[in-house]
Design a protein around this ligand. Structure first.
Ligand SMILES: *[C@@H]1O[C@H](CO)[C@@H](O)[C@H](O)[C@H]1NC(C)=O
Ligand SMILES: *[C@@H]1O[C@H](CO)[C@@H](O)[C@H](O)[C@H]1NC(C)=O
Ligand SMILES: *[C@@H]1O[C@H](CO)[C@@H](O)[C@H](O)[C@H]1NC(C)=O
Length: 386
């Protein structure tokens, strides 16, 4: 049998352990004091450790944490009606149209490709070479302000001689930035898109002409645009499902890019936009290569210029050595969680993107000039510094 003291240890609370040896006689008083001290300790811990660490953590990582919990605060968008896409170079256009349930036209529609340009010279070249055979007019608008209100040089203007091949079909416009400090970047973006709308009209677009609305790095494949210009009855507003790549065609992310769209133009109602405009999505229609730059300095510029520049939570994110490292690993430049709407998808995509060794079905101009654009192909993650 144990003595009184040790048996009471079983029945008594942690306070005994915490405060040490109170005698049986003094226990009544000391237990109270003990309780107070214990509360004190917990309160102090809470006030001076848990809360500050919590606030600090939220301050530094709040955005990251909120992304992890995205499935709780944002429900997934309504699913698209995905249209199967048929293509082989040896199948006639008539058959291709029929496979999609459409009729072939007597002559193709005119096609307008309109973009807002930031600094993507190489990707723009690959885009325009891909689309050149089927585009009637290329429309490009450039501002001297980034969406985040940073002054920017007119980079297209400076490089215009590299685009002589489109010159007869090019409508180029510039617009002055508004340089409003502290404004939401989406306001400047919307302002530039309205100006682009005007430029498209100046370019002479007419009803039922095709208008491609996409960012420079969202490249529809040539055969997709050829199909859409030749077939009747295509949906009036059609989103294009593109393969998502990051940094280069070495890092295939998923097939979920949908923002690019093709419209049968209707004067008075068609507005240039980059959000969801219909439920129709044509499968496997091209490539979306995000952050596909030749130079580290272009990465830094884009990180600051981009509408989500609030993601630069730490200055060291802009360190060139770190950026090079992140690119070669296929990791995230902003150290964010994947932007997904289910925990399952977030967890599946955690960690770096795996390397892809396929360069099959990439834009023809890229493969025909592989040496020049080596950095976009598998196995060449090292970028030019400066
Ligand atoms: C595609 O068509 C061409 C010309 O009709 C023919 O020479 C070639 O063998 C065909 N290729 C395939 C893969 O069927
Ligand atoms: C931007 O362009 C506008 C219009 O051309 C001009 O008035 C303005 O001075 C430019 N601003 C900068 C910072 O280059
Ligand atoms: C993406 O689409 C292509 C072509 O349809 C398919 O081969 C590939 O498996 C898809 N990949 C993923 C991850 O969905």
């Amino acid at each position: 049998m144990s003595d009184g003291y040790s048996s009471s240890k079983k029945t008594d609370d942690i306070c005994e352990d915490f405060c040490g040896r109170a005698t049986r006689a003094a226990r009544g008083m000391s237990r109270l004091r003990c309780l107070l001290r214990e509360i004190d300790m917990k309160t102090y811990l809470f006030l001076f450790v848990v809360i500050p660490v919590g606030i600090c953590g939220l301050y530094l990582h709040g955005q990251k944490i909120s992304y992890f919990f995205r499935p709780l605060w944002e429900s997934p968008p309504k699913p698209f009606h995905v249209i199967p896409h048929y293509y082989n170079e040896n199948v006639s256009m008539e058959t291709l149209c029929k496979l999609h349930g459409w009729q072939i036209r007597e002559f193709p529609r005119r096609v307008y490709d309109a973009v807002l340009f930031n600094n993507e010279v190489d990707i723009l070249t690959i885009r325009w070479k891909e689309l050149y055979p089927y585009v009637t007019q290329f429309v490009l608008l450039e501002s001297n302000s980034t969406f985040t209100g940073l002054p920017k040089r007119l980079i297209f203007k400076k490089n215009r001689d590299k685009f002589k091949f489109v010159e007869p079909r090019l409508i180029y416009g510039t617009i002055g930035g508004r340089f409003k400090k502290g404004e939401n970047p989406f306001v400047e973006e919307a302002y530039q898109r309205v100006a682009l709308d005007q430029l498209i009209r100046i370019a002479g677009i007419g009803d039922d002409d095709l208008l491609i609305m996409s960012d420079v790095d969202e490249i529809p494949s040539a055969h997709t645009i050829n199909l859409l210009r030749w077939c009747d009855d295509i949906p009036p507003k059609l989103h294009l499902q593109l393969r998502n790549y990051l940094y280069s065609f070495e890092f295939f992310v998923d097939n979920k890019s949908w923002r690019a769209s093709v419209h049968r133009y209707q004067s008075g109602s068609t507005r240039y936009a980059h959000f969801r405009q219909s439920d129709d999505l044509l499968s496997d229609s091209g490539w979306h290569c995000s952050f596909c730059f030749r130079r580290i300095s272009e990465f830094i510029f884009k990180m600051k210029a981009y509408s989500h520049n609030d993601r630069i939570r730490f200055f060291h994110y802009l360190d060139p050595t770190r950026i090079q490292d992140v690119i070669c690993k296929g990791a995230n430049l902003f150290d964010m969680f994947p932007e997904e709407h289910t925990f399952k998808e977030i967890i599946r995509k955690l960690g770096p993107i795996s390397h892809s060794y396929s360069a099959v079905h990439l834009p023809a101009y890229l493969l025909n000039n592989a040496e020049k654009y080596k950095y976009l192909l598998p196995g060449n993650c090292k970028r030019e510094s400066g």
